[in-house]
Each structure stands twice: as C-alpha cells, then as structure tokens.
Design a protein around this ligand. Sequence first.
Ligand code: BTN
Length: 239
Amino acid sequence: MRTRNYIYKKTGVSTSTELKELIRASDGEVFTVICADAQTQGRGRMGRSFFSPEGGIYFSAAFPLKGNEKHASFITLLAGLTVCEALERHCKKPLSIKWPNDIYFDGRKLCGILTEQTKNTAVVGIGINCFSGFPDELKGIAVSLADIGAKPPDKKAFVESVVTALDKEIYENGVLFRGSEKLADEINRRFYLKNKTVTAISEQKEIKGKALGINDWGALIVLTSEGEKEIISGEAHIV
Ligand code: BTN
C-alpha cells in the first residue's frame, strides 16, 4: 500500500489547483491529498465554479498512473462509487450516480467530482455539500447532508477511508487496466440516467438516445437510432 501524505487546511483557493501545482513542481511521483474546509475558487467541470463555503468537505487526491492504463477515465466513476458508498453508509439514504461525475439525492446534486490529469497523475477532486444555504441559482438543483438530515462525517476519517479504498482498487486490484464487472454492477444499480433520454457530449460530438448504463470500464452506453454507442468520457444531460 502507498504511503499517503494528507494536508488539512482551513481555506484554500482550490484543492485541485493547489495539488496540480505541487505535482508540477515535483520530480517524483506524488501521493498527496489536500483537504480544505472552504475554497475561495472551487472549480467544477467545463470551467464552471463549485460553491465551496466553510464546513463542506473539499479534497483532491493524486493518483500517479503508469500511462498504459486502458481505462484511465474509469477513475472518475470509481471515485463516484467509493464516495457514494461512504455517504450512503453515513446518511443511510439511497444515493445515485450521474455519469460521469456527480452524486445525487432525490434529483439534486449532493457531491461533484472533477478529474484532471497533470504529468501522468490523475488529480481527483471531490466536493461534498454539507450545509444548506445555497445561492438562488443552486436552490432546487443542489442538496446538502444537512438537508437530508445527516451531520457532516468526521472529515479525516471519511477522506482517508475513501482514498484508501480507491488506492486498493487502482493499485492492488488494477481496475484501470482490467475494468470491473462487479464495480460496474454497483454503479448501474445506482445509475441516475437509467432509461432517460440524454444528450451526451464527447469530443465535440453530440449523441442523443436512451441511456442504458455503463460497461465494465465506465463507458456510457446510449441506445441511439443507429444502435448502441459507447461514450468513454464526456458529459450527459437529460433532455
Ligand atoms: C463538478 O460539479 O463539476 C465537479 C466539482 C468538483 C469540486 C471539487 S471540490 C475539491 C476539488 N477542488 C476544486 O476546485 N474542485 C474539486
């Protein structure tokens, strides 16, 4: 098992931005995790910002890759499943996973995940809403642990258990090389887009159809008028 270096801070700009800077400045492999109580410039996918007030859980973990992983993009879904299972154990509510990177409760987003790559290292950034008080533009689309009657978990124990579980799948079980039917089943059981008509966007191409689920390495399967298509990475919106 890798030795992890955990950094806990009160406020940061963005744990992902900070971790990427640390990786760029380093000569060797980085296994650091940065966690902050608040972020002043939390980032989401597609250049969006991520609302990160005091008291949420915001952390980014570095996962050095060998570079020949066949299914490197599976890491986002793997992180989604791992956090989802940890949150379900904590709040005792069923949660769903919206391909490729969000965790939902009852149609609203509880947690967002952003995966970026720097120097052969995947930086997985995870943000969990803990308290209510969303700005107007997020009301109705975001939800917090407090909204669903759960206290925030013990931050250190939570973050470290999620990262340890991810290390096990990635470095011991080699799921980024092999894929995993078992993990895909667990994700499909919680699949938020199941049978919904979606527009999936990948590499500037738009594909419209019915979302069926994911395959053993995390690609989205969409039933289109031309048959089933696999989308390895991108975004999907319900139409
Ligand atoms: C999204 O919803 O599009 C992804 C949100 C990811 C937010 C997390 S919070 C920790 C890490 N630092 C960031 O700036 N973003 C990620």
